[in-house]
Design a protein around this ligand. Structure first.
Ligand code: UDP
Length: 379
C-alpha cells in the first residue's frame, strides 16, 4: 500500500446523551467508508443517559474513558478529561478528531487534539448566545473549541456567520445542517411506542429541564408555572422525563410530585422520546436539541430560557422564548392551546437541516484528509 493509500484514522469523541445522538450517524457513516478507520471514544460524562443509545444506533465505543466521578466539579471533570483524552488520542494516532457541541467533553477533546498537533473538526460549530453565563459553561466551551478547531461544521448559515465574525477562515467553515436531524429521521423511521399511557381525551405536554442556569430558584418558578397551567387546563396531561441531576430531580419531585396529571418519569429512551415529541400538543423545554427536533417535527416549543443560540427555531415560528416566569408559562401555554385550535399547522421546517448533514460532513472529511492531506488541514 502506498503511504497515501492508507486509511485515515478518524477518532470521534462523545460523552453525553446529545453528543451520542448527534455523532452516532457520523460513526455509522464513517464505518462504511473504505478510506476511513473510525474509532469511537466515549468519555462517559453521562454514562446512564448515553449508554442506551449505543444499541439504538448500532454503535459501540472502542474506548471508554470512564471519566465521571460523583460530585465532581466542572473544573475536576475538565482536568480529568483533558488528561484522559490526551492519553487516549495519543495512542490512537488520529489524522483527525471529531466532536460535537459544547460540553466539557468537547472542550477537552479540542484542547487535547491541539496539544497533540492533530486537526480537530467541530460539529455543530458557531452556536452563540454571546453570554458567557448562559448557557454556562457551554458558551465558553464552544467559543474556545471554535478557536482550537481546524474544520468547522456549522449547522446553519447563522452559525457560519457567527464564526466568520470571530475571524475564522471562511475556507474552513462548512454549512452542513445538524446531524441531530439525521438522527431524528433515523429514529422516526423506526416507530417506537410512547412507553407512557395518556388518558383518552387528554392532550400531552412534554417537559424537559436540565440546564445549570435553571437550577435552584428558576426551577422552582418553572414548577410553579406548570402547576398553574395544570390547574387552569383540565384536559392537559404533563409528561416530564426528569433529568437525574441531583440539582433537578429532588426539586421537581418535591414541587410537583402530588399532581395526578403531571407524570414524573425517568428519562425516556430516544425512540419513545421522539414518539412523545411527535404526539405532544406542545413542549416546555430548556434543551437545545429538543428545540431543533421540535422544529423539524412541527411541534410547538415554549423555551424555558431568556436567550437562545438557536434563533432559527424562533424564526421558524415553532419556538417562543418565555424564560422562567410562572405567570408567562401559564399564560403562553394557554395561549398556545387556543392558537393550536384555530391556526392550521404550517409546513415542516428544515431550518436545522434536511437529514443529509452526515453525508456532507463525511464528504468534507474525505476531501480534506484524503484528496488534500491531513497535514494541509492544520496549515
Ligand atoms: N432526550 C431523550 N430522552 C429524554 C429527554 C431527551 O432521548 O427523556 C433526547 C432529545 O431527543 C435530544 C437530546 O436528548 O436529542 C437532548 O438532550 P439534552 O436536553 O440533555 O441536551 P441539549 O440538547 O440541551 O444539549
Amino acid at each position: 500500500m502506498r503511504a497515501d493509500d492508507r486509511p485515515r484514522n478518524v477518532v470521534v469523541v462523545a460523552g453525553t446523551r446529545p453528543e451520542v445522538i448527534k455523532t452516532a450517524p457520523i460513526v455509522r457513516a464513517l464505518g462504511g467508508q473504505p478510506w476511513a478507520r473510525c474509532r469511537f471514544v466515549f468519555t462517559a460524562q453521562h454514562r446512564d443517559l448515553a449508554s442506551p443509545l449505543f444499541d439504538f444506533f448500532g454503535v459501540s465505543p472502542d474506548v471508554d474513558l470512564d471519566a465521571m466521578r460523583p460530585g465532581q466539579s466542572p473544573a475536576d471533570l475538565c482536568n480529568r478529561l483533558v488528561v484522559a483524552l490526551h492519553g487516549a488520542l495519543g495512542r490512537e494516532s488520529p489524522d483527525c478528531v471529531v466532536a460535537q457541541g459544547d460540553t466539557t467533553t468537547v472542550l477537552a477533546a479540542a484542547l487535547a487534539s491541539y496539544m497533540l498537533g492533530v486537526p480537530f473538526a467541530h460539529v455543530e460549530a458557531g452556536l452563540r448566545t454571546y453570554r458567557l453565563d448562559s448557557p454556562f459553561p457551554e458558551e465558553a466551551n464552544r467559543v474556545a473549541a471554535s478557536h482550537l478547531a481546524s474544520i468547522h461544521f456549522a449547522p446553519t448559515k447563522d452559525a457560519r456567520d457567527n464564526l466568520l465574525r470571530e475571524g475564522i477562515d471562511p475556507g474552513a467553515v462548512h454549512v452542513t445542517g445538524n446531524t441531530g436531524i439525521d438522527a431524528l429521521l433515523y429514529a422516526a423511521g423506526r416507530e417506537s411506542s410512547l412507553g407512557v399511557e395518556i388518558a383518552a381525551g387528554r392532550r400531552l405536554v412534554l417537559v424537559t429541564v436540565h440546564r445549570r442556569e435553571n437550577h435552584g430558584e428558576p426551577l422552582r418558578r418553572i414548577c410553579d408555572g406548570i402547576r398553574r397551567l395544570h390547574d387552569s387546563q383540565p384536559d392537559l396531561e404533563f409528561v416530564w422525563p426528569v433529568h437525574p441531576n441531583p440539582a433537578v430531580e429532588p426539586v421537581v419531585r418535591a414541587e410537583l410530585g402530588g399532581l395526578d396529571r403531571v407524570r414524573l418519569v425517568r428519562p425516556l429512551d430516544y425512540g419513545p422520546f421522539v414518539a412523545a415529541m411527535k404526539r405532544a400538543a406542545f413542549i416546555l423545554s430548556d434543551s437545545g436539541g429538543v428545540q431543533e427536533e421540535a422544529t423539524a417535527l412541527g411541534t410547538p416549543v415554549l423555551v424555558l430560557r431568556s436567550v437562545s443560540e438557536r434563533p432559527e427555531a424562533v424564526l421558524s415560528g415553532v419556538a417562543r422564548l418565555i424564560g422562567d416566569d410562572p405567570e408567562a408559562i401559564a399564560r403562553e401555554g394557554s395561549r398556545l392551546l387556543t392558537d393550536l385550535c384555530t391556526a392550521p399547522p404550517g409546513p415542516l421546517s428544515t431550518a436545522f437541516g434536511d437529514g443529509r448533514a452526515t453525508a456532507r460532513i463525511v464528504s468534507v472529511l474525505h476531501r480534506k484528509l484524503v484528496v488534500e492531506s491531513p497535514e494541509a488541514v492544520l496549515a
